[in-house]
Design a protein around this ligand. Structure first.
Ligand code: MN
Ligand code: MN
Length: 393
């Protein structure tokens, strides 16, 4: 038996070797390398055509292409490739037969990791230029096309690429968030809230690690906050997602939690969450962003900067903004200077007042504290009016 296999192996080997021998030689010697420059002005490539659809998190395919112009001064082979930008790369290889200005088609690879207008920069020959790829977000299932959780922006430009370790974008059906691997908590969580989100599903209480984080990242376990003196404080509240068991359960992922001072969480914060849900019941839809920054809070066991052996940071302050608009479609176009934006910033301590309204601030104040440009997809003129105002209703 063994000899039979050996024979088969040798026969196969001979076949492979003989196959290799039969490989025909190239019909013509390799062409020399072409000389060419990119055609552009002001660092922007001229006459660029972007083909295909670009959606964050959706792998690029053969429909994703960009045509750029080159000026060939000597025919020959060419290889052009852009740098890897937010998960995307564009490249092409081939032979220029003629000299002069002509278009080449760069094929895309990778998966867009960031939403917005992305500048793809590259250099070829003696010149360089860049082109813009508009990357969009897919609407979350169950929400209409204009109810995206990040409709008004992506604070700090969180990216869905593994090297964005402390500003990693996670997009879930129920919310979107920027996660910090080293802090073990989100920087912010953003979600749309409207009538269909509110149902009768009971609280699932299935706290659990988030296994959608990049491979090798520490997954904060469900019991990480035990005995710490801090609550597992939801960002997107359980009670904001009661349309189904799946929707409610999604809020119990540990990537949606921060160590929150119990009185802060159970009194001040809970009352604000209730107030916002009452606005939904009254006919409004809300775009909410909750975030936490700094380190060091005071829970039931006193002051701490971290818990769980240093793997989870206790934030110093917790903020929230809610853009409030009447129910309807085309939400971004319905924002005007008269709409209500409710914003608070509350220190993470047990000695806070139960009345969340005492902590109202402008969006500008939160931008100053965090360094984010919040609501940056609204026109700048509208931001300057809306973000300076402190809600007083
Ligand atoms: Mn809407
Ligand atoms: Mn802003």
């Amino acid at each position: 038996m063994r000899n039979q296999y050996l024979c088969l192996f040798i026969t196969t080997l001979l076949f492979v070797v003989s196959c290799k021998k039969e490989t025909p030689a190239p019909l013509s010697p390799p062409k020399s390398t072409a000389t060419f420059t990119l055609v552009g002005s002001g660092a922007i490539c001229s006459n660029t055509t972007v083909l295909g659809e670009y959606i964050i998190g959706v792998p690029l395919d053969s429909t994703n292409k960009v045509i750029v112009q080159v000026n060939v001064t000597a025919p020959g082979t060419y290889i052009v490739t852009t740098s890897d930008t937010y998960g995307m790369r564009f490249s092409d290889t081939g032979i220029f037969v003629n000299t002069g200005i002509q278009g080449i088609t760069l094929k895309a690879s990778g998966t867009p990791g960031y939403t917005g207008n992305i500048f793809i920069y590259f250099a070829a020959g003696a010149s360089s230029c860049s082109f813009t790829i508009p990357v969009n977000t897919a609407p979350p299932p169950g929400h209409g096309s204009d109810n995206d959780h990040m409709l008004f922006g992506n604070p700090g430009r969180a990216a869905m690429v593994p090297d964005s370790i402390n500003n990693f974008l996670l997009r879930k059906t129920q919310y979107a968030l920027s996660y910090s691997r080293d802090r073990g908590i989100p920087n912010w969580v953003s979600w749309h809230l409207y009538g269909p989100d509110l149902g009768t599903t009971p609280r699932q209480d299935d706290f659990r690690p988030d296994n959608t984080l990049p491979a090798g990242w520490y997954q904060v376990p469900a019991n990480a906050y035990s005995g710490s003196g801090f609550d597992r404080g939801h960002n997107t509240p359980s009670a904001d997602r009661t349309s189904s068991v799946e929707a409610n359960s999604a809020t119990f992922l540990m990537t949606n939690m921060i160590p929150q001072a119990p009185y802060h969480n159970q009194q001040t914060w809970a009352r604000m969450e209730d107030s916002l849900r009452r606005l939904v019941t009254a006919g409004f839809e809300l775009y909410i962003i909750m975030g936490a920054y700094g380190s060091g809070g005071t829970g039931n066991n006193g002051f701490a900067t971290t818990i769980h052996g240093g793997k989870v940071t206790v934030p110093a302050s917790i903020w929230k903004i809610a853009v409030v608009i009447p129910n309807g479609d085309n939400d971004k176009s319905r924002v005007d200077e008269a709409i209500r934006i409710i914003a608070v910033n509350i220190p993470n301590t047990v000695s806070v007042n139960t009345n969340w309204k005492n902590y109202r601030v402008s969006v500008d104040a939160i931008e100053t504290a965090t360094g984010y440009d919040l609501l940056d997809l609204l026109p700048a003129s509208m931001q300057s009016v809306l973000e300076a105002r402190v809600d007083g209703i």
